[in-house]
Design a binder for this molecule. Structure first.
Ligand SMILES: Nc1ncnc2c1ncn2[C@@H]1O[C@H](COP(=O)(O)OP(=O)(O)OP(=O)(O)O)[C@@H](O)[C@H]1O
Length: 255
């Protein structure tokens, strides 16, 4: 039986158009998979289908070989965490409250937070560098701080799979690296929609390149981030070299 979360030839229509077209992805346990592709290529939709928020029109999403629709919501909520592109709330919550929401699937409704819950929240705040702001109101945070708190909420959930939609948006360069270093160091399987090809090259074990809802290439970053595929998919000329660390490095050419 397949372990983990996987999509098998998944299609999905939205608003009368085919937004995902036969997409398969089966991240290795503990790996980091980057989902790349131009605007509108289906990255967010793929993450939403993997999260069980959207049902596929065709194909299967499975968790440990079991169809997602057959997995109880609470079981799913305990093991799959999602960081969406835009999160907002009108409710006056502190940073600690927001991170604590990650523990809700682990708690019985009538019980208050356990020592385990508190420890998970504390650890997630530390991992994302947000401990000092734990009493601050969520609404008063900067865009990058909000992003880090959403990531802390997802980590507090202690998921096995973490789905992140452009998590480096709003983050300064130091925090982009810190976040991706953190994700790479954790024993979670991460599926990350990204726009930055070089960040993907540095941090992803595997890249899935989407175009018009279909997988154009998937596999090792060096096999996916080629000059030919970048030109084909993004319509931009690029020079791809190999960095001293052995990752592909993309330099865009605007001549
Ligand atoms: N509810 C909807 N009705 C109609 N079309 C939709 C709907 N939701 C998404 N789409 C379309 O599906 C396509 C894929 O959207 P999606 O958000 O998955 O792309 P993306 O690759 O994440 O894009 P971006 O890089 O801009 O975030 C887009 O063309 C979008 O307009």
């Amino acid at each position: 039986m397949d372990a983990g979360l996987a999509a098998d030839r998944v299609s999905r229509s939205l608003g009368g158009g085919l937004v995902l077209d036969g997409v398969s992805v089966a991240p290795a346990d503990g790996s980091t998979v980057g989902v790349l592709g131009p605007n509108g290529s289906g990255k967010s939709t793929l993450l939403r289908v993997l999260a069980g928020v959207l049902e596929p029109s065709a194909g299967l999403v499975t968790v440990d070989g079991r169809e997602l629709a057959d997995v109880p919501r609470r079981t799913l909520a305990k093991r799959v965490a999602v960081v969406e592109q835009h999160s907002d709330t009108q409710i006056p919550l502190t940073v600690r409250d927001v991170v604590g929401l990650g523990r809700v699937p682990h708690r019985r409704a009538w019980l208050s937070a356990s020592a385990d819950d508190d420890a998970a929240v504390q650890e997630a705040l530390e991992q994302t560098g947000m401990t000092a702001r734990s009493a601050q109101r969520w609404q008063t945070l900067s865009g990058g701080e909000r992003q880090r708190v959403q990531i802390a909420r997802a980590l507090a959930q202690r998921p096995r799979e973490l789905l992140l939609d452009e998590p480096t948006n709003h983050l300064d360069v130091q925090h982009q690296f810190e976040l991706l270093d953190l994700l790479a160091s954790l024993p979670v399987t991460s599926v990350i929609a990204l726009h930055d090809l070089n960040l993907a090259a540095m941090y992803c074990d595997e890249i899935v390149l989407l175009d018009h809802g279909a997988v154009v290439a998937a596999g090792d970053p060096a096999d996916v981030l080629t000059e030919e595929l970048i030109l084909q998919v993004y319509n931009v000329k690029a020079e791809v070299t190999t960095s001293p660390e052995g990752h592909p490095h993309v330099r865009f050419l605007r001549t």
